[in-house]
Design a protein around this ligand. Structure first.
Ligand code: FAD
Length: 520
């Protein structure tokens, strides 16, 4: 027999559930095993995948191919513009290579689910098995439920149950064995495919190049230097699972012990910067959890009987962030309508009169609102493809509360730029910020971007890194809306600086937003 591993958002060999399962089965059945990945540029366009993320995938694939070679498995990378094309291409691959079993890991978004369901039917016609495994979460969707078996509506009780389940359970890291019966086979496939490392590299580069050309015709990329953005992202995120695992180990040994206090300071490199790897599956979330709990265990040994696993705020806080990632995937699985742009709290779709002011949106996008923290964050995103978590909340709240612009516009823009763009986490984060989602905080708790800057960037280091024109202005002025207005006005002390005055008055905008949410 001949089996096929289909890689999607799981670009790694370590702890890859489907890969481990199919390797084991191939060895038991004395079967051959091949692997495939489809580059789907048209589908990614409709999903608003960012250039930095596509480039990250493209850089990861040759490394994955090399890793697979060590297991005696050849990876074929094939261009297949849309998911519909994938169905035909996969069926053709199975037919021409006599494949009787395909395995993959689950994806939880709408088009992905529809594709897999269609493919299951298609392959069943010729008795080909298509088996999917849960792999993206630490604990799979539908395993953490309330006593009456439904999904938790808010995070905290979900987290308690999630943590308890993990503490009493036993999570496994899967190891994929090398395939014994493989003279390495090249799949018979279409002309738009590659199966040597060099050919994969070339095909991936060409795909990135074409995608970049396509994006440059878009209005929302006109002010972005895409070459620079890619090169920043390449420096910040070297590709491959070895790099991701190394980064995880370093974070746990050097930084996790300051996480709780430093994670909200955007000028520090205090968070793990692992999201880009987790999003494309170059890193296993279970490995993250296990390494963090191992670090807790070591503290336990040092502290003896006095230790309680709830004691370490830093490590526990980081573990809870991993739980947020699971939470939003479980939410998406529970409410698939989220993929169709619906609000989690349906009533807000009817009630809130969102603004669609193109000019205001452009000012936000380009970092020209006159609110330093918002502008610095947006310019950082546009330049690097990454934004710090606190700033994602600040910029999202500014768009949805101060400008009252529909959260869906912001959600889409983040996907277009973020290297770690991920539907579930992004949608969850946006709806949380817009008070249309799963937050337990009331809608009137609106972040003031000036006081946020004062608390989390007190010396203005982050502000001045991304807004060098503000260098001469003291932080005490940058952190006050009134002082900024005065300083930048015609006769103000910094009137000659080329920087806009704040485009809205936060106090007033806040009242308007609250009134909008309050109305019957
Ligand atoms: P760390 O602080 O080191 O956290 C470790 C890991 O936990 C992260 O890598 C990530 O996988 C997960 N995580 C942390 N915070 C969250 C969170 N709030 N929700 C879900 N998972 C979390 N994260 C994405 O991965 N992709 C997105 O597209 C995305 N969009 C967001 C949009 C908004 C409006 C907001 C408020 C948050 C969004 N987040 C998103 C969550 C969070 O901002 C990033 O995961 C985090 O900034 C990544 O940095 P890090 O890897 O250093 O995180």
């Amino acid at each position: 027999p001949h089996y096929l591993m289909w890689f999607r958002r799981d670009l790694r060999v370590h702890d890859n559930t489907a890969l481990a399962a199919i390797c084991e089965r191939a060895n038991t059945d004395n079967a051959k095993l091949s692997a495939v990945f489809f580059l789907t540029p048209e589908q990614w366009q409709t999903h608003d995948m960012s250039l930095t993320q596509l480039d990250h995938i493209a850089r990861t694939l040759p490394i994955l191919a090399q890793k697979l070679q060590a297991l005696n498995i050849t990876l074929t990378v094939q261009i297949c513009p849309s998911f519909t094309d994938c169905i035909a291409a996969l069926s053709a691959l199975c037919e021409s290579n006599n494949i009787s079993c395909v395995m993959a890991n689950h994806e939880y978004e709408g088009n992905e689910i529809a594709r897999d369901e269609q493919l299951t039917k298609q392959l069943a016609k010729t008795d080909i098995e298509f088996i999917r495994w849960h792999d993206q979460c630490i604990l799979p969707p539908q395993t953490i439920t309330t006593n009456d078996n439904s999904m938790y509506q808010v995070f905290t009780p979900f987290y308690k149950k999630w943590r308890h389940t993990l503490e009493v359970g036993d999570i496994q890291i899967h190891t994929a064995p090398a395939i014994t019966n493989n003279e390495q086979i090249n799949l018979i496939s279409s002309e738009f495919s590659a199966n040597t490392i060099q050919a994969i590299e070339a095909l991936c580069k060409e795909t990135v190049h074409d995608y970049q050309q396509y994006l440059q015709t878009h209005e929302c990329y006109q002010y972005i230097d895409t070459d620079k953005q890619i090169s920043q992202a390449r420096t910040a995120y070297p590709a491959g699972e070895a790099e991701a695992c190394h980064r995880l180990t370093q974070f746990i040994s050097d930084d996790i012990n300051h996480y709780d206090v430093s994670r909200d300071v955007p000028s520090l490199h205090a968070t793990s910067h692992l999201s880009a790897y987790l999003t494309i599956g170059a890193l296993s979330p279970r490995l993250c959890y296990l390494q963090a709990t191992k670090a807790l265990g070591e503290l336990h040994r040092n502290d003896g009987d006095n230790f309680d696993s709830g004691d370490n705020n830093d490590i526990n806080r980081w573990i809870s962030e991993l739980a947020w990632r699971d939470f939003y995937r479980h939410v998406l699985d529970y409410k698939p309508e989220l993929i169709r742009h619906q609000a989690y709290k349906h009533e807000t779709d009817k009630k809130i009169n969102w603004s669609y002011d193109e000019d205001a949106f452009a000012a936000w996008r380009e970092g020209k609102t006159g609110v330093p923290l918002v502008d610095a964050a947006m310019r950082c995103l546009n330049a690097t493809g990454f934004m710090h978590n606190r700033l994602r909340m600040v910029t999202a709240m500014f768009l949805t509360k101060d400008l009252l612009i529909d959260w869906r516009w912001g959600e889409r823009y983040f996907m277009q730029q973020l290297i770690d763009g991920d539907f579930a986490s992004n949608n969850g984060g946006w709806q949380w910020s817009a008070s249309t989602g799963t937050d337990s905080a009331p809608y009137f708790r609106i972040m003031n971007p000036f006081s946020q800057a004062k608390t989390h960037d007190s010396d203005g280091i982050f502000l001045k890194t991304w807004l060098p024109e503000l260098e001469p202005i003291p932080a005490s002025i940058l952190h006050s809306e009134d002082k900024m207005r005065k300083a930048l006005s015609k006769n103000g002390a910094f009137a000659d600086i080329d920087y806009p005055i704040p485009m809205v008055e936060h106090k007033l905008a806040r009242q308007l937003a609250i009134a909008e949410f309050k109305k019957e």
